[in-house]
Design a protein around this ligand. Structure first.
Ligand SMILES: C[S@@+](CC[C@H](N)C(=O)[O-])C[C@H]1O[C@@H](n2cnc3c(N)ncnc32)[C@H](O)[C@@H]1O
Length: 301
């Protein structure tokens, strides 16, 4: 059994999100040839803001905390499209370098945005007066416990799995998203509503696009994704929802592709099932669908 952490990497190394290709960065801060090809209207942060308003999670005069904001792209889109509802924002990140990027990117909103270098786990217990916490593509960076066996559980993993009655494989080794589960626990205890998204290992396939399930397991356990200088792990969302519900909170969850509201085009099914791209636009569609199909969102209220 081993615990893996990316804290030192995020504290000390230059993080290059272009190598990590987060969905938020792929969709950028404004219209690009990539978003135009996909037919996406608006920025990632702007579209997410519309969804949050619809869900009643972005009240008037809101104080929004974003943890792990990367280059600040989500917050920029959110403030540009829904800034009239946002009184105050706070960016919390482990990486001093990324906080500097966030400061530059959010310079036009400097009167409303503060920046704190901290570990997400250390601040959650002390948030006061906040209306919404956003944690976008960060949970995969939090600690995992690897090499677990259902018949030989010990210490923290045992108390989490037995305490919340989490389903785990009867045979063979598995990995637990210990850090993401601890984060959800502290969010639930803080009472603040939250939006979380990440690459999942139990994805929800959009209605009407069943072909996207091809070759995917829809009920698996966290797997390692090796990146430049560190590894991330996919997240088992059914564990997070079980924890939030056990702590008396309401949850909603779904496919990130559906949330983004990008209308499917008739050619997409063929491009994806044939795994064939004859043009640059088709290559964008193929790459995007391959990438986004495993992403899920979760709201806790
Ligand atoms: C994969 S990037 C995602 C960036 C951005 N949210 C996006 O979607 O493009 C992960 C971000 O989380 C930050 N991070 C990782 N672990 C963290 C922790 N324990 N506490 C606070 N921030 C953390 C990283 O520095 C980085 O900004």
């Amino acid at each position: 059994m081993t615990t893996c952490s990316t804290r030192d990497f995020h504290r000390n190394s230059p993080v290059d999100l272009m190598k990590e290709l987060t969905i938020c960065e792929s969709l950028g801060a404004g219209p690009t040839s990539y978003t135009r090809t996909l037919g996406m209207d608006g920025t990632y942060g702007g579209v997410l803001g519309g969804f949050l308003v619809e869900q009643g999670l972005l009240p008037e005069a809101a104080f929004v905390l974003e943890a792990g904001g990367g280059y600040g792209t989500l917050m920029l889109g959110l403030l540009k499209a829904h800034g009239h509802r946002i009184r105050k924002a706070c960016m919390v990140d482990l990486s001093r370098r990324l906080l500097r990027r966030q400061q530059e990117r959010l310079a036009d909103f400097r009167d409303r945005v503060s920046f704190v270098q901290a570990d997400i786990h250390d601040v959650m217990g002390s948030i006061r007066g906040c209306d919404l916490v956003i944690v976008n593509e960060v949970m995969g960076d939090l600690d995992v416990t690897k090499g677990l066996h259902a018949r030989d559980l010990r210490e923290e993993a045992r108390s989490i799995i037995e305490g919340y009655g989490l389903a785990v494989p009867e045979h063979g080794e598995f990995t637990l998203n210990t850090g993401a589960i601890r984060l959800v626990e502290s969010l639930c205890r803080s009472g603040v509503p939250a939006f979380l998204s990440e690459h999942s290992c139990d994805p929800i396939i959009p209605r009407g696009m069943p072909y996207l399930a091809r070759g995917l397991s829809l009920d698996s356990f966290p797997r390692e994704i090796r990146l430049h200088g560190h590894s991330e792990y996919t997240v088992r969302f059914s564990h997070l929802t079980a924890v939030a519900r056990a702590l008396g909170r309401e949850t909603r969850t779904g496919s990130l592709l559906e949330l983004l509201g990008i209308p499917e085009k008739p050619s997409w099914r063929f491009i994806f099932t044939a795994q064939a791209a004859a043009t640059d636009d088709q290559a964008i569609v193929l790459e995007f669908l391959e990438h986004v199909r495993e992403y899920r969102w979760l709201t806790i209220s």
